[in-house]
Write a protein that binds this ligand. Structure first.
Ligand code: ADP
Length: 152
């Protein structure tokens, strides 16, 4: 059976932290679907089209990586894509507590699913999209925090 993983997130915008987790997991899965979750109640800084375009640029050299978006529950999307792995990154104990709740609920809903965590690299431990958005909104430079290929 093919090992298909979904890496869900907002990617508003994608950071070097996301990129690192995705690239480091290439050896674990046959296919990784980087999926932008669309929540109609959430306000995003960058449009869905822009976020998807960036993801496509960043991972264009990797045929194993697909880019997609979805509405609704991540677990329903995984089932729809025949994915039995959810890939997540862990930075802090707060990430862990948050992910544990979701991961255990997902397992109850869909018993075939396994959530796989990769530890953040130490240099990306403090990196998160919301800080990057804040810097950008206030006119600061964000190039050092986002993948090289993104020209912003
Ligand atoms: P959200 O679902 O809140 O939009 P993000 O898109 O920021 O979350 O993150 C998606 C996934 O990427 C999560 O598993 C998160 O822990 C992970 N992640 C985010 N930033 C980093 C980082 N700097 N290093 C490792 N993993 C990260």
């Amino acid at each position: 059976m093919k090992r298909i993983a979904v890496f869900p997130g907002s990617f508003d915008p994608i950071t070097k932290g996301h990129e690192s987790v995705i690239l480091r997991s290439l050896g674990l899965f046959d296919t990784i679907i980087v999926a932008v979750g669309v929540n109609s109640e959430k306000k995003y800084l960058f449009s869905l089209e822009q976020r998807i375009q960036w993801l496509m640029e960043v991972f264009s050299d990797y045929p194993q990586i697909e880019i997609d978006s979805y509405v609704g529950l991540t677990i329903d999307y995984c089932r729809f894509k025949h994915s039995t792995y959810i890939l997540r990154g862990l930075r802090t104990s707060a990430d862990f507590e948050f992910e544990r709740g979701i991961g255990q609920m997902n397992k109850q809903i869909y018993s075939e699913i396994e959530t796989v965590f990769l530890l953040a690299l130490p240099e990306y431990n403090a990196l998160n999209s919301s800080v990057v958005r804040d810097i950008y909104r206030n006119g600061g430079g964000i190039r050092q925090f986002i993948p090289e290929r993104i020209k912003i």
